[in-house]
Design a protein around this ligand. Structure first.
Ligand code: MN
Ligand code: MN
Ligand code: MN
Length: 304
């Protein structure tokens, strides 16, 4: 099984990526972070579950951005296929001026505190998307808000949808170019989102019966001092887990965040952050194993 992915990526430029610190992905039966068309993923919730099964995943958490809208469909497909589906979501939050993502695992999708936070985030996303659309219009890109909404197909328009619109219009050569030129921090169409405070997000995940997990900690570019500060705030708010292994983790980031998990007594999570089959480097269930001494979050999920 491990050879399958390595072989498909080896030879040519793609294969060389692994030589620069990214590990070749290993098959895992557990994947606790991915996205469907309920947010910015490209597969339907049911399609995502079918792909997870084809990749050998047995325990899957659906973690769409700021919504649980896909959970019911995913859960019913998972029941039909004999997979375990953990209801989850990925919430955006702010702590000391830094924005970050928190994955809530094992939440009750109908918990009132969660439902009302999601409604508030829906309004924030619409407002922000309208502002992004206005700014893009000032940069000479017309119809971006409507275009992003069309691409979101009923889900909330995210920056990823704007990036896809810019790509479709030929304004950029690829998705990362859309962030570098228009949508990223400091660029003409960047709109700082007013995400809720970390403590509130963690409290809502807990109130919904879930476990709050700090998502992809390697991706924020924080210094060691900032990482400690944010993790301390996360833990004192009631956060219990950290993603030690992600789809794009390197040997160094796994070692580094294993250390934080031990030091702060956090449960370790693993998740690909899969958004769709167009990114050949991130696949459902293709993630490195956790260091054996860490406490896996899924054992705790099964206890609750
Ligand atoms: Mn996303
Ligand atoms: Mn994220
Ligand atoms: Mn994600």
């Amino acid at each position: 099984m491990p050879g399958r992915c390595v072989r498909s990526l080896s030879g040519g430029a793609r294969g060389r990526v692994w030589a620069y610190g990214t590990l070749p992905p290993m098959p895992s039966t557990i994947d606790l972070h991915c996205h469907s068309t309920a947010s910015d993923g490209t597969l339907s919730p049911a399609g995502l579950v079918r792909r997870a099964q084809a990749q050998g995943v047995q325990v899957l958490a659906l973690t769409d951005h700021d919504t649980v809208a896909g959970v019911e469909e995913a859960a019913s497909e998972a029941r039909a296929l004999g997979l375990e589906l953990i209801p989850g979501l990925e919430l955006s939050a702010v702590e000391q001026g830094r924005s970050l993502h928190v994955v809530g695992l094992g939440v009750d999708p109908r918990a009132p505190q969660l439902t009302s936070l999601i409604a508030k985030l829906d309004r924030l996303r619409v407002e922000r998307a309208e502002q992004i659309g206005n700014r893009l219009a000032r940069s000479g890109i017309d119809g971006a808000y409507q275009g992003a909404c069309r691409l979101a197909a009923g889900a909330q328009p995210t920056r990823t949808h704007f990036a896809r619109y810019l790509l479709k219009q030929g304004a950029v050569a690829d998705l990362s170019g859309a962030f570098k030129r228009y949508l990223g921090q400091g660029k003409p169409a960047y709109v700082a989102a007013k995400w809720p405070p970390l403590a509130q997000v963690v409290a809502v995940v807990k109130a919904a019966g879930g476990i709050a997990v700090l998502a992809h900690p390697h991706s924020y570019g924080w210094t060691g001092a900032w990482t400690r500060r944010i993790i301390e705030a996360f833990v004192s708010a009631g956060g219990r887990g950290i993603e030690v292994v992600c789809g794009n983790s390197t040997r160094d980031t796994i070692l580094n965040f294993s250390g934080y998990a031990r030091r702060f007594g956090l449960l370790a999570s693993v998740g690909s952050d899969f958004h769709g089959p167009t990114n050949p480097f991130v696949e459902l269930g293709r993630i490195q194993p956790l260091p054996a001494d860490l406490q896996p979050v899924w054992a705790e999920l099964h206890r609750t």
